[in-house]
Each structure stands twice: as C-alpha cells, then as structure tokens.
Design a binder for this molecule. Structure first.
Ligand code: RIB
Length: 301
C-alpha cells in the first residue's frame, strides 16, 4: 500500500440547511444549523484515511480551539498530524455553508491560517513529501505553496494529484508537474476556456487540459459520473443514482477515495469506480467529514 500525503486546508464548517439558498440582501428563517470539520484538504485526508489509506496531512491551523480540536480529530482518524502547523497570529479557517433542499450549496471561506501555509512549511515537511508516494493537493492554500510542493514532488518522481478547487487559472509550469488533475465542470472550464455542458464539451476540455502537460484528466460531472482522459483515450464511469441530501465535499470524498484506489494498486478506471461509489454515499448525508464513508460501508452499498 502506497502512502498518501495531503497538502491542503483545514476548516471548521458552520452549516445551515434551509429550503433554498438566500439571494443577496435576503434573510431566510427556518433553517437548521450544525458545525462540522471541513476544508478541502482535511476532507480529502479524512476520506482517504476512512477508506484505509495511509495518510499524512500537511496543513496549518490557528492557535485556537478549532485548530486544537482538528489535530485531536485527525489523530483519531489515524492520520499522521506531525506536519499540521499552528499559526501564532491568524485564526483557524472557517467556512460558512448554506445547503438547500436539493443538496446544492454555497460556501464562503475565511481562510485564516490556511493562507499562511507557506513554502517554508513545506520545507519543514519535506521528509513527508520525500517518503510519500502520492501527493494530493487542492487550491485552498496559497498557489505559491502548491507550486513549490508540486515542483519538489515532481523532482522526486512522486505521483502528484491536483484537485483544482476552488477554481483558478493555473500556470503551464504547474500543470506540467501534475500527473492527474481532477476538476469539476466549472474548474475544467476555467482551465480549458471551454464551457463544459455535456459529454462532447467535457471531452474537448479534457483534451485542452491534457495538452498543457497533465498526464491524466478526470472531469467529475456531478450526478452524471466522471470522464477519464488518459493516454489519448476516453473512458466514462457513470454515477450511482442516489437521493442527494448535501453535495458538500462530494468532490473531496471522490479525490480521497481515488487516491486510496491508486495507492492500493487499482487501475485508473477501478480507482474512479471506487471514488464514484464513495462520493455517492457522501451525498446521501449532511456535512463534509460527517458524510465521508468508511471502507465497510462501501462493501455494503
Ligand atoms: O469542499 C467542501 C469544503 O469546502 C468545505 O468543507 C469547506 O470547508 C470548504 O473548504
């Protein structure tokens, strides 16, 4: 079993579920509230650990109750927390999340200490990068840190997986150091300049992204499934039909599960099938990490 090093964000999610999402200036009464650990990096680390991955999480929290709780939680998840740094000035990351009756969400993140996870921290964590096999990142930490980590990992011959979320344009230099990129429709559009609406446009976008130097492109298409473009060949893994309760972190569960699949030696398509199944379970439950399934659940699903 290969090891997975997740370099990314750690948040506390404050979630309100209501019938619909508010429009600007509107107050909606009648929602229910709960708090839940989140952050794209942490969600992916937890998803991978619950599915049997050997995970190290490189992140930064504030020196506050949220940050301290996170480290305790991730230790309980059997994640190596040696490289979760504590920032002396900035607070831990927080996300305010609204979820509607159809499971759709809107999210605002106050990055806090996540914005201070710098290349110098990655240097301190270089033992983890050097000893790890798969390096999994997202874009909720400074882009200079993602670029620094990708370069370092690429030079050491590691498998670098990037979930380019939240969406932003990326340099060709960075893309050339990524083995596998996992964008959703919106992120694929930002990276390719092609609006992804159906299979044909998804395929066009995947080709454009691959031309920038990424070996494998996997575009997640929500309740449709996932499109794979690898070595000039397309494959499609359909989604499983479920009743969505909350789609928050479905993509994170997908990325964590996919990394475990690869770490176990599954083929690309098998790893995507495994990830599709894990994320289908996650959308049937509320929250980010509270929805992330355990390995035994996949066998029974
Ligand atoms: O991908 C979902 C995550 O995005 C949430 O957990 C929230 O913290 C934001 O980072």
């Amino acid at each position: 079993m290969q090891s997975i090093i997740v370099v990314g964000s750690c948040n506390t999610d404050m979630v309100i579920k209501s019938d619909r999402l508010p429009i600007p200036g509107e107050t909606i009464i009648g929602g229910s509230f709960f708090m839940n650990p989140g952050g794209k990096g942490a969600n992916q680390a937890v998803a991978a650990a619950r599915l049997g991955g050997k995970v190290t999480f490189v992140s930064k929290t504030g020196n506050d109750v949220f940050g301290k709780q996170s480290v305790v939680l991730y230790n309980h998840e059997n994640i190596n927390t040696e490289f979760i740094f504590s920032d002396s000035k900035l607070p831990s990351g927080v996300a305010l999340i609204n979820v509607d009756a159809y499971g759709e969400n809107s999210i605002v993140v106050a990055s806090g200490a996540n914005a201070n996870l710098k290349p110098a921290d990655i240097e301190i964590a270089s033992k983890a990068i050097e000893e790890g096999d798969i390096i999994l990142m997202q874009l909720e930490i400074p882009i200079e840190t993602v670029e620094y980590t990708a370069k370092k990992a690429f030079e050491k011959g590691k498998k670098v997986i990037l979930n380019p979320a939240p969406a932003q344009a990326l340099s060709d230099t960075l893309l050339k150091q990524i083995d596998i990129i996992i964008p959703n429709r919106n992120e694929a559009e930002i990276l390719s300049g092609i609006k992804v609406v159906e299979m044909e446009s998804a395929q066009e976008a995947a080709k454009v992204i691959a031309q920038k130097g990424v070996n494998t492109v996997i575009i997640t298409l929500g309740n449709k499934g996932a499109l794979i473009f690898d070595q000039g060949e397309f494959n499609f893994v359909p989604a499983l039909v479920v009743e969505p309760v909350d789609t928050t972190a479905a993509g994170d569960t997908f990325c964590g599960a996919f990394s475990v699949g690869l770490a176990e030696g599954k083929s690309l398509i098998e790893a995507v099938q495994f990830a599709v199944k894990a994320s289908a379970i996650s959308v049937t439950r509320m929250g980010a990490q509270s929805s992330s399934p355990y390995r035994t659940e996949l066998a029974h699903f």
